[in-house]
Write a protein that binds this ligand. Structure first.
Ligand code: A3P
Length: 310
């Protein structure tokens, strides 16, 4: 049963999924309990995988990829809610069709989603040389977005206060583990495999350029008219109103958009509205140490002049 078809299920308003560890990474317990099957997932050579740390812009890239594959055909992209269009391979909620079951039932070519760090990626994806799109987002905005997502999503543990969540995020004690290990692991792998590594901030700065990169990677050439259509349909404002992209099809007892909408702000720099001066200093010091030995860098704000109108 897909998530959008589960209205009838009993679910305690206050109940949240428990979490446990898989290879040192926190995951909801149903994922831990089915880990052997997830690890043994058999990718197909023509699978396309979208991999992200949670809240890095997964849904945005999924929608763009679907529009590219559909050559701008909005009716086709509106065929089903986003979570039914893209199997989320490690996702499992009791009594519902799992990501694995959804993937296995889907004809090729499939586009799949994962939040797994590269060390936990089922090996068949790299063995089959699948194309993988990875999206990273600066950790301050990523943290803020994840905090609000925990508040509204009953499938994740309660986040506690903002101060408590800040500590959990820094310690990597959140589902899917440390942001640092995630973005760095995929960055280090990108030159040995067919991985296109993108940044949320680049997509905000110049969606056209990033959509073109995606189209080239997927192997589609798009004329300007289609490109403009895709830019329009995948803009924040249009996606926010689109029930097939904004997760409003998930019952409120699982995702409560009145606590915080899934399509929340969609900006770069919202962290400034959350981080205290002391938190920011502490974050920067920690970030400086943990990112000192990598070529991977992030933008924490955009200059007004950099943002392309959509
Ligand atoms: P905010 O909470 O900062 O608003 P994911 O899909 O990985 O869960 O990421 C969700 C984040 O991406 C949310 O960030 C959401 O608003 C943002 N997002 C989704 N679609 C977007 C779009 N078209 N443009 C910009 N941001 C988008």
């Amino acid at each position: 049963m897909a998530l959008s078809k589960m209205e009838g299920l009993e679910h305690d308003e206050g109940e949240r999924l428990a979490v446990d560890y898989v290879e040192g990474i926190l995951q909801p317990t149903p994922t831990c309990d089915t880990w052997v099957q997830i690890w043994n997932f058999q990718a197909r050579p023509d699978d396309l995988l979208i991999a992200t740390y949670p809240k890095a812009g997964t849904t945005w890239v999924q929608e763009i990829v679907d529009f590219i594959q559909s050559e701008g055909d909005a009716d086709r992209c509106h065929r089903a809610p986003i979570h039914d269009r893209f199997p989320f391979i490690e996702w499992k909620i009791p009594f519902l069709e799992s990501g694995l079951e959804q993937a296995e039932a889907m004809p090729s070519p499939r586009t799949l989603k994962t939040h797994l760090p590269i060390g936990l990626l089922p090996p068949s994806f790299l063995e089959k040389n699948c194309k993988i799109i990875y999206v990273a987002r600066n950790p301050k905005d990523n943290m803020v977005s994840y905090y609000h997502f925990h508040r509204m999503n009953k499938a994740l543990p309660a986040p506690g206060t903002w101060e408590e969540y800040f500590e959990s995020f820094l310690a990597g004690k959140v589902c899917w583990g440390s942001w640092y290990d995630h973005v760095r692991g995929w960055w280090d792998a990108k030159d040995q495999h067919r991985i296109l590594y993108l940044f949320y901030e680049d997509m905000k700065e110049n969606p056209k350029r990033e959509i073109q990169k995606l189209a080239e990677f997927i192997g589609k050439s798009l004329d300007d008219e289609i490109l403009d259509k895709i830019i329009h349909h995948t803009s924040f404002d249009v996606m926010k109103q689109n029930p097939m992209a904004n997760y409003s099809s998930v019952p409120a007892k699982f995702m409560n958009h009145s606590i915080s909408p899934f399509m929340r702000k969609g900006t770069v720099g919202d962290w400034k509205n959350h981080f205290t001066v002391a938190q920011n200093e502490r974050f920067d010091e920690d970030y400086g140490k943990r990112m000192a030995d990598t070529t991977l860098t992030f933008h924490f704000q955009l200059k007004k002049s950099q943002i392309q109108p959509v």
